[in-house]
Design a protein around this ligand. Structure first.
Ligand code: GLA
Length: 390
């Protein structure tokens, strides 16, 4: 059967209005990342957490060879035969198709026909990783529904593989890991080389995390993402000619990479230097947090943003404006863009007594500058993907 997209009333009634009785409900969270941006695919350390903004997925078996998926947010559905799982023209469908492809590759003939309704409370394109939530939610749901026996690690890596192959973004492992392994009130200090991790209490009292959605998402995100990854690979390849011992870019000492300033193209050199410095910042930030050195922690956020803007070049004028504007306020200890970049959110560490006035002032200034509304997003740090029914 061909993949079909329909948004007619018949589909809507089938899934929604007439009452869709699910036998299993899964909640998959989005994620934030405090620091350690664009270094997961370079073997670096990152400091993410799952949040209480989630995607809900409702499943039921349908005793056929066909799967039908309805997205409540897009008010559209598509069906496909399990005999013919292949990439679609519609990007959102590929997150699902890719996951099924890789489950079938790992555990042949384990998936049977099912219907699924997806309802997202996660703003798309805001850097909160709705894509990883969708992939890992789908994989967890199928795993439960058909007793596939996938481990958490398999769910994490097959979801990442789905994004590489079906969607075409060569992402790292941070998002999928946080979505699956998130722990309430904790940040995850994750070593992306070996997936070892430590939990760090996310206690910022009297400060608070504030997310501000710029409400812009520039198209560059996916293509530039893959270009950055390639530039990092190019830098490591050059260094490896003389120093084959470094398996990951973050392992190259800073004084060695500075010797490459004249050898590497300028942009490639800047990318590499940023990556090496950001990894150090992440480790320092985790220590600062444990020692309650919030000023230092905030300063590292500002430095991270500087690197992302000037050296890694994944920011945009809207995000830069928000971060620069925040520097005016002593009660904002740190601010930076979060996630892949080119739009989405900033993450800010703000004294709890000034959160409302900060939001008010920065929203007004942003509106004056770009004629766009800022959306504050309130988040709490929550557990990873979970079954809430079934
Ligand atoms: C996206 C990717 C992650 C990570 C971040 C940037 O969210 O999916 O793997 O690279 O960008 O830190």
């Amino acid at each position: 059967m061909k993949n079909t997209t329909q948004s007619d009333n018949r589909q809507k009634n089938f899934f929604y209005l007439e009452g869709f009785k699910s036998e299993l409900t899964i909640e998959a969270p989005g994620r934030i990342n405090l620091i350690g941006e664009h270094i997961d695919y370079n073997g670096g350390h990152v400091l993410p957490a799952a949040i209480d903004k989630k995607i809900k997925l409702y499943f039921r078996k349908n005793n056929s060879e066909t799967c039908t998926i309805y997205s409540k947010n897009y008010d559209t559905s598509f069906s496909f035969s399990l005999q013919e799982v292949k990439p679609s023209e519609e990007e959102w469908q590929n997150y699902i198709l890719g996951v099924i492809h890789f489950i079938e590759e790992l555990k042949p003939n384990s998936v049977n026909g099912f219907d699924c309704v997806i309802e997202s409370m996660l703003p798309m394109g805001s850097g909160l990783s709705s894509s990883a939530a969708l992939e890992c939610g789908m994989a967890t749901g199928i795993n439960e529904l058909f007793n596939v026996n996938l481990s958490e690690e398999e769910i994490i890596t097959l979801s990442r593989d789905a994004e590489h192959t079906y969607v075409g973004t060569k992402c790292g492992i941070m998002d999928q890991f946080s979505v699956v392994r998130g722990v309430q009130n904790h940040l995850i200090l994750l070593n992306c080389q070996n997936l070892n991790y430590e939990l760090v209490k996310s206690d910022f009292e009297p400060y608070q995390l504030v997310l501000l959605n710029s409400n812009v998402s520039h198209n560059l995100a996916s293509s530039e993402y893959n270009t950055r990854r390639q530039e990092c690979e190019d830098a490591l390849k050059e260094v490896n000619k003389k120093y084959p011992q470094y398996k990951y870019l973050v392992d190259v000492p800073e004084d060695i990479i500075t010797d490459y300033q004249e050898i590497l193209p300028k942009k490639t050199f800047n990318r590499a230097l940023y990556v090496i410095q950001e990894n150090k910042r992440t480790l320092m930030a985790a220590n600062a947090l444990e020692d309650e050195l919030f000023d230092l922690f905030g300063d590292l956020l500002y430095k991270s943003h500087e690197g992302l803007t000037n050296m890694y070049e994944v920011s945009c004028k809207e995000l830069d404006f928000m971060v620069d504007y925040s520097k005016k306020f002593d009660y904002v200890l740190g601010s930076r863009m979060m996630g892949g970049g080119f739009g989405g959110c900033t993450i800010n560490l703000v004294h709890q007594d000034y959160v409302s006035s900060y939001i008010e002032e920065i929203s007004e200034a942003y509106k004056n500058e770009f004629n766009i509304e800022l959306s504050p997003i309130e988040v709490n740090i929550s557990n990873g993907v979970s079954k809430i029914k079934g």
